[in-house]
Write a new protein. Structure first.
Length: 113
């Protein structure tokens, strides 16, 4: 699991077009420290929080039973879908996508807001 997280950090950094040395300016750790973290590190939670901010990301815990749905939402970058638990996802227009009723994240993780 740690390797997957470290791979995600590297993938995100590369997606932002950043080099390891760029992390020094963003979060205040040297290229060598960041390189070690990305390759085989066992970072503390506080370090992960710092790195996630530097990579314009958030750390979240996702319940195992929700992980597949979260992945589907994250991977569907070209289409916007509604999420009704008893019906399959349907494509919605750009005009409709901004409403809360069409929010694919609404209630996904059990929040009532």
């Amino acid at each position: 699991m740690m390797k997957s997280l470290l791979e995600q950090l590297k993938k995100r950094r590369l997606a932002l077009g950043m080099k390891q040395k760029d992390m020094m300016l963003r979060i205040g750790i040297s290229r060598q420290q960041y390189q070690q973290l990305e390759s085989k590190g066992n970072p503390r939670l506080s370090t992960l929080e710092l790195v996630s901010k530097g990579l314009k990301s958030e750390l979240i815990l996702i319940p195992n039973e929700k992980i597949n749905r979260v992945r589907e939402i994250l991977e569907s970058d070209s289409l916007v879908y509604t999420t009704e638990p008893t019906t399959p996802p349907k494509k919605v227009s750009k005009q409709e996508e901004g409403t809360l009723a069409n929010d694919p994240w609404k209630h996904l993780l059990g929040d009532d807001e």
